[in-house]
Write a protein that binds this ligand. Structure first.
Ligand SMILES: [Cu+2]
Length: 109
């Protein structure tokens, strides 16, 4: 009987691993480091989440100002991560209020 329980447990563990992998595929990370977005251009699926991870030692402020989508993160402290979902397909410039030279181009397909 104990053999049956072992098989059932293994099947459940595999299912959980597959789900975790599927979720990870739809989360993309942008790092802010050295007053720059890294990478500076990214393509994501519609509905995917874009994480912004401030790895600088100072504050950033992420914003998007387009006809189809407006977003303003307010102040983002060092080490803080923001999660942004883009509402529609298109190309969106993402900038920083504090560092005007910072530019990220997000393509949502
Ligand atoms: Cu900045």
């Amino acid at each position: 009987m104990s053999g049956h329980y072992t098989v059932a447990f293994t099947a459940t563990a595999v299912t959980v691993l597959v789900c975790a992998a599927a979720l990870a595929d739809d989360v993309n990370t942008i790092v802010q480091n050295g007053r720059a977005f890294r990478p500076t251009e990214i393509t994501i699926n519609h509905g995917a989440t874009l994480n912004f991870n401030n790895q600088d030692e100072f504050i950033h402020q992420i914003y998007v100002d387009t006809p189809g989508f407006n977003y303003d993160s307010a102040e983002q402290n060092p080490g803080q991560v923001f999660h942004i979902a883009f509402p529609s397909a298109g190309t969106f410039p993402v900038k920083c209020h504090i560092h005007p030279k910072m530019l990220l181009t997000v393509h949502v397909k």
